[in-house]
Ligand binder design. Structure first.
Ligand code: ATP
Length: 178
């Protein structure tokens, strides 16, 4: 299971549809300050069902929709699709590729899709449960989180490690079941 591609349209600083493709292994995103590197991480978090506007670095959920510039008017919706290689069937879907889409309109209407099927947020959460990849897993470490861990008091750090150990325990159980 690995992240194959991420498609964004109207999401934060990306008005046009763009597709980022990833290989197995390490990918680094480089660019000047404010060019949208963190917005890519936010897009991954968002499509996995993030509900916290704080985690998404905004005040309201509408802030994820491209808000326009001097030369370009705002968009009416944001859409992100994350495609995962599932040839090892780590996700309980019968296909070799699993595409998860989240779309939000300025009206507040939103939709989630798994391989083109309309689903509920609960289904997206269940798809990634016990894989370590969901929005609450440790696959996504936000900016400042490392500093928070390093700067934490020893008892707070212990809580963080215990939580991570629990998540890893669940992951290894999932491996055993496979
Ligand atoms: P740094 O290296 O400083 O951390 P970065 O490359 O990670 O920067 P981001 O934080 O991803 O940059 O992007 C910030 C930019 O995204 C800002 O210019 C901001 O105006 C723009 N942006 C964020 N939300 C929206 C939105 N809804 N519509 C348009 N632009 C947006």
């Amino acid at each position: 299971m690995y992240l194959k591609s991420l498609e964004l349209q109207g999401f934060k600083s990306f008005p046009d549809k763009i597709t980022l493709t990833f290989d197995e292994g390490l990918t680094a995103v480089v660019g000047p300050n404010g060019s949208g590197k963190s917005n890519i991480g936010d897009a991954v978090r968002w499509v996995l069902g993030e509900q916290s506007t704080k985690e998404l670095r905004g005040k309201s959920m509408e802030d994820v929709i491209f808000s326009g510039t001097k030369t370009r008017k705002q968009m009416g919706f944001a859409a992100v699709t994350l495609t995962i290689d599932n040839s090892d069937r780590r996700l309980s879907e019968p296909e070799d590729e699993v595409a998860v889409t989240r779309k939000l309109y300025r009206s507040g209407d939103s939709e989630y899709l798994i391989n083109g099927r309309n689903v509920r947020l609960k289904d997206v959460n269940e798809l990634f449960m016990d894989t370590g990849l969901g929005r609450d897993g440790y696959a996504i470490i936000g900016q400042g989180r490392i500093a928070e861990i390093v700067g934490a008091k020893s008892n707070e750090r212990r809580d963080i490690f215990e939580e991570a150990a629990g998540a890893l325990g669940k992951l290894s159980q999932a491996h055993c079941r496979i």
